[in-house]
Design a protein around this ligand. Structure first.
Ligand code: UD1
Length: 370
């Protein structure tokens, strides 16, 4: 029997582990357990994703959230270590680039457990992003590296990583999208919000670089207010952004949170959010995963960041990187409204079968321990 621990902590991780859990569950020779670190804990950020993705209740919930990056990472390590000791798995699998990814990879390798990183090799080359540090460290300690796009292969090669550890498997996030794609149709979220397909832009922002500075956040909110004069905007607000917006409002540092055409709503569950994304005229974001989801759905994406660790979404997909050049972003949005933006294609191996490729490697490379 091969025992595997699948780790997830934050919203994007749930989307990434779901296809892996389904795939490994097909094998009688494999026992797979889910460890939730607790990094994201609101129902809307966690439980509803488990429901929509038909994931079972986690076998462990470490209930760690909040705190500085170091404290959060340290506390997750402290609580994950006894789980690894007790379960003594053959494999630990971590996904993405959040603090839980780094914390659990470190624990697993320190205990000599084979550790796999799914979504390896991505680099923004911006070390001010906590995710970039998480990616670099997780890749450098992991035993098996599963890569979602060509840039990841190049980055790992340039860093001198042993190529026998590296596997180009495609994108597990897309596996989840293909899994729920037919259910997107039945979502009633547009009706519920009173909006019509293609008549609005969807907005998500939660990166510290955009939402933690009051000046930057109020500048962006003023700009969104202006855009909403031309087209309705729907903005599901992440808890980090919500907290910062509330502070701006209470200190009266902002006047435009309440534009009538700018709908600020709570975080949406996975299927409803994908309905909003697929039906939008364009998406404005600073998320990593949403750059990929818009590329796969062929929806124009305006990314308010100076860099992206997912360049394939620009080179092949529908993504535009505008940084904090809001004039450039406005021009692209005008083109989206006119329908004159690039069409984009789907990157190689984003075909809904990444998890099955990963499972093959992890199961075929398994040797029973004495
Ligand atoms: C984290 C990840 C980021 C990822 C994002 C997805 C790191 C360094 N960052 O950022 O890469 O893109 O998740 O959403 O791991 N909070 C709640 N309820 C929740 C979740 C969070 O109130 O369910 C609060 C937290 O208590 C904290 C803030 O939101 O005050 C930020 O949460 P945290 O997990 O630290 O980072 P994110 O900004 O969500």
């Amino acid at each position: 029997m091969q025992k595997i621990l699948l780790v997830a902590g934050a919203r994007p991780n749930f989307v990434k582990i779901a296809p892996l859990w389904r795939e490994f569950s097909k094998f009688q020779s494999v026992e797979v357990k889910i460890v939730h670190t607790g990094q994201h804990f609101d129902d809307a950020m966690s439980q509803f994703f488990f429901d929509d993705l038909q994931l079972p209740k986690p076998d462990y919930n470490l209930n760690i959230h909040g705190g500085s990056h170091a404290v959060q990472t340290g506390q997750i390590m402290e609580c994950f270590d006894p789980v690894v000791e007790k379960e003594d798995p053959d494999d630990v699998i971590v996904t993405g680039d959040v603090n839980s990814t780094l914390a659990c990879a470190l624990v697993a390798v320190k205990r000599g457990i084979r550790t796999s990183h799914v979504e390896a090799g991505l680099r923004s080359f911006d070390r001010t992003m906590p995710e970039e540090l998480n990616r670099i460290v997780t890749d450098s300690v992991s035993d098996l590296l599963f890569v979602s796009e060509d840039s990841g292969l190049k980055n790992l090669k340039r860093e001198g990583v042993d190529q026998n550890k590296v596997f180009f498997v495609g994108n597990v996030m897309i596996d989840s999208l293909t899994f729920i794609n037919s259910q997107i149709k039945s979502s009633t979220i547009l009706k519920h919000l009173g909006i019509k397909a293609l008549n609005y832009g969807l907005v998500t922002l939660h990166r510290p670089s955009n939402v933690d500075s009051p000046e930057q956040l109020s500048k962006i909110m003023e700009w969104l207010g202006d855009i909403s004069n031309d087209i309705k905007l729907v903005f599901p607000v992440h808890p980090r952004t919500k907290k910062n917006l509330e502070e701006l409002s209470s200190k009266r540092l902002i006047k435009s949170v309440n534009h009538s055409n700018l709908m600020i709503i709570s975080p949406q569950r996975y299927i409803d959010f994908q309905k909003l994304l697929k039906s939008a005229r364009f998406v404005i974001t600073d998320s990593g995963g949403i750059q990929e989801e818009t590329t796969w759905q062929g929806i124009p994406c305006i990314t308010l960041r100076n860099n992206t660790e997912r360049p394939v979404t620009i080179d092949i997909g529908t993504n535009y990187l505008t940084g904090d050049d809001l004039n450039l972003a406005s021009t692209i949005i005008k083109n989206c409204i006119k329908g004159t933006t690039k069409q984009g294609n789907i990157p190689p191996l984003w075909d809904g079968k990444a998890a099955s490729r990963i499972a093959k490697v992890i199961i075929n490379h398994h040797t029973d321990r004495p």
